[in-house]
Design a protein around this ligand. Structure first.
Ligand code: AMP
Ligand code: MG
Length: 335
């Protein structure tokens, strides 16, 4: 081989090693967008071998398919069609709905009905549904009681073998909004993990899941939201391969007479949780965001004492309460 050829080979090898070194360099990417009436933020560390456009597309397709199955705001979604189905008609259930429903039923049972994935009738009655009815007066007790009766989870009949569902009462309306965001976060985590990504955080509308380390190579931290005029600094939660989801009435509520009613409803009584109670918010930390999301909603209904009873059934989960009261014991732990 002459000198010219040798030089060519050497240059090709140098260029190849520079390209390989560049591809294996670690870098962080931030994806953001909107879904489920809110926004999402995804941060992850990767090298140049990861197909970013493929990942983005997979996440977009996932979010669209979850919405198409579970959005009660979309009248063509699977859940809206099920809600319009006639009593006794068996309807095949797609996979996302089935997984979310299984988790919902566990939390419904454990919470003694404080969590109910079939309470859209109540949500609509109080003006928090897609129909956006403006509620100025308290609904009558008879209407509330009838809606509670129609929304009883016992009116949702599952056929495990066929993965199908049927309604046993005409007014039963499914709504998994209390854990759909958490479910979507977990599913995005699964996409990132399939690409061997280890350091990431995923957040949809305040529900968060993290893995590994943050961009500063430290443990991930989440700062809890506190009420206006809160006398202490906002608590910071350090997460290790965990999720955190928060429920509260801080943002979504209506006023009727002198009371402020939040969008979280106690399905056992049919009345919303009022904002004048001492609880500002509940956050639940657990390995899976869907569980955190469902438990946070259930705990907001149950209040501090009831939540502590519920959380005993979930020993790998932790609950944090933010109370309105200006006392140093603002942070209550269940364990
Ligand atoms: P989250 O913000 O996760 O607490 O979810 C609140 C949403 O879940 C509401 O906007 C309703 O659509 C629905 N929801 C309200 N109350 C309940 C409840 N007790 N059990 C299950 N879902 C509920
Ligand atoms: Mg929730």
């Amino acid at each position: 081989m002459n000198l010219g050829r040798w030089m060519g080979v050497v240059i090709a090898l140098v260029v190849a090693s520079i390209v390989l070194a560049y591809l294996s360099l670690k870098r962080w990417t931030h994806l953001t967008g909107s879904t489920m009436g809110t926004t999402y933020q995804i941060h992850f560390e990767h090298n140049g071998y990861v197909g970013l456009s493929g990942l983005e597309r997979d996440i977009e397709v996932l979010l669209q398919s979850i919405n198409q199955e579970l959005s009660t705001w979309n009248k063509d979604s699977w859940i809206s069609e099920f809600n319009n189905s006639a009593v006794g008609v068996e309807v095949a259930v797609p996979d996302h709905v089935w997984k979310v429903l299984q988790c919902s039923l566990v939390i419904a049972e454990a919470s003694g009905g404080a969590f109910n994935p079939a309470s859209l009738g109540l949500t609509e009655l109080w003006g928090f549904g897609a129909q956006k009815i403006e509620v100025r007066d308290l609904p009558s007790l008879a209407t509330i009681q009838e809606t509670v009766r129609q929304s009883d989870i016992g009116n949702l009949s599952l056929n495990e073998a066929n993965q199908s569902l049927k309604k046993l009462s005409s007014g039963l309306q499914m709504d998994t909004s209390a854990l759909t965001k958490g479910y979507a976060v977990d599913q995005i985590a699964a996409i990132l993990e399939r690409s061997d990504l280890q350091n990431f955080s995923i957040e949809i509308g305040g529900e968060v899941r993290v893995s590994g380390k943050d961009p500063n190579d430290r443990a991930w931290e989440v700062r809890l939201q506190v009420p206006v005029g809160y006398p202490h600094s906002a608590p910071v939660v350090v997460l290790d391969q965990q999720s955190i989801a928060t429920s509260g009435g801080g943002q979504n509520y209506i006023q009727i007479e002198d009371a402020l009613y939040t969008h979280i409803i106690d399905p056992r009584t049919g009345y919303p949780i009022t904002r004048d109670q001492s609880l500002f918010s509940v956050s639940v930390i657990s390995p899976a965001c869907m569980i955190s999301d469902a438990l946070a909603t259930a705990c907001f209904v149950l209040g501090v004492e009831g939540s502590e009873v519920l959380m005993r059934e979930f020993p790998n989960c932790e609950v944090r309460f933010i109370l309105h009261e200006r006392t140093p014991s603002h942070l209550v732990r269940n364990r």
